[in-house]
Design a protein around this ligand. Structure first.
Ligand SMILES: [Fe+2]
Ligand SMILES: [Fe+2]
Length: 389
């Protein structure tokens, strides 16, 4: 039987065919905005810890009726059977040749760096003098950076979901969230081990990713943790993992992503199911605040994760190259398709059209509204499940 991950039968792949068209409208960043973003840098790259001040109510519930929210209960029972062990289920014996993987990806016109130099005029740019060695180093650094940010994002998910266990008022949601805490611990573990054993170095957290995680964690409203993490960050991660899964031929990374995606699809469903119920009872002013939060997170994720630390390590001023690289079609496509899950999920939550279509207008300006009719993630986890217990 073919799984969704097999060539030719993947829902991920069929989504990809639509992506190129749907991604075509992504707007370029204006240079002043770019300048502002690049001026914010991490001034403590050696830090061992990072504290976030957060005030919120920890809530007990005395309503213990399991299954009073059947969709959450079903997800909880699924999650119990879908657990895997990052140390023993993953084939860590597979050798990884990072440079070969990058060569293969470049030969296929893609790669982690998303730069296809054949299609660019590099004269007069800092890349003019780059040869194979520099492009390879860039590919290696870009891959280390990307997987490091996934690892840090996974820790953000671990922390957010532990917080949801405390704050959400429903027993079925507390039960489900507890399984997600375990899932996220496994995800941090698996990316950290892959970086340590198979790649060539960690990167510190990108300052803009940290700021977004901080904004989600600082907010005391329990549903904002879900909106920021389960809908926005995990929605983006699920799309990104699917995209990288298709681009890479490296078998160990493919296996890891397959396991992680099967969990992430449940996590996004957890967000969609929980917030769909809760948002029906909010006032229009409260919904507007949620729309604004979703927009803030979307612009952060679209504009700010620019690998600036990679350029610095390569000895290039990031400001001199980022606007150039933002013109590369593959990169734009990748940036746009990151929203392939987020936009339909916002639609399902009623966030697009509330407040006179405020969020629809913003997503239209961003050039990502084209994704609104793709499948939402309310039940995709059924198809992406790897371990069925
Ligand atoms: Fe995760
Ligand atoms: Fe997750």
């Amino acid at each position: 039987m073919k799984t969704p991950y097999d060539e030719g039968s993947s829902r991920i792949e069929s989504d990809m065919e639509e992506m190129a068209d749907l991604a075509a409208g992504l707007k370029d960043l204006d240079p002043e905005e770019l300048e502002r973003i690049m001026s914010v840098v991490n001034d403590d790259m050696q830090a061992k810890v990072h504290d976030v001040d957060s005030h919120y109510d920890t809530r007990f519930t005395w309503e213990y009726d399991k299954g009073s929210r059947p969709a959450l209960d079903k997800l909880y029972e699924k999650a119990k059977k879908a657990q895997w062990n990052a140390q023993t289920d993953v084939e860590w014996s597979i050798d990884v040749d990072q440079e070969k993987g990058i060569m293969d990806n470049m030969a296929a016109g893609g790669g982690f760096a998303g730069v296809n130099t054949a299609s660019m005029d590099l004269s007069g740019t800092p890349f003019q003098s780059w040869g194979e060695k520099e492009w390879m180093q860039f590919g290696v650094e870009a891959q280390n950076w990307t997987l490091s940010q996934f690892m840090h994002g996974e820790q953000g998910a671990l922390i957010c979901t532990a917080k949801i266990v405390q704050t959400v008022p429903w027993i079925d949601a507390k039960y489900y969230a507890s399984t997600q805490v375990m899932d996220e611990a496994r995800h941090v573990e698996v990316f950290s081990r892959y970086l340590d054993d198979k790649l060539s170095g960690h990167y510190p957290v990108n300052i803009h990713l940290q700021s977004l995680l901080d904004a989600i964690i600082e907010d005391g409203r329990w549903d904002i943790t879900y909106l920021g993490m389960q809908i926005m960050v995990e929605g983006l991660a699920l799309a990104a993992f699917g995209f990288i899964y298709q681009l890479t031929n490296e078998p160990l990374l493919k296996q890891i992503l397959k396991y992680v995606m099967s969990d992430e699809a449940r996590h996004v469903a957890f967000g969609v199911i929980s917030l769909k119920e809760y948002y029906q009872q909010l006032t229009s002013a409260e919904i507007r605040e949620r729309q604004e939060f979703a927009y803030m997170a979307a612009t952060s994720m679209r504009d700010r994760f620019l690998q600036q630390e990679v350029w610095e390590r390569m000895g290039i001023n990031p400001k001199s190259v980022v606007s150039l690289l933002n013109q590369v079609p593959e990169r734009k496509q990748f940036q746009a398709m990151l929203f392939a899950k987020i936009v339909p999920n916002c639609r399902k939550l009623g966030l697009l059209d509330a407040s006179n279509s405020w969020l629809r207008d913003r997503f239209t300006e961003m050039g990502i509204i084209g994704f609104e009719h793709l499948d939402d993630t309310g039940s995709e986890y059924e198809e992406l499940q790897v371990v069925s217990g």
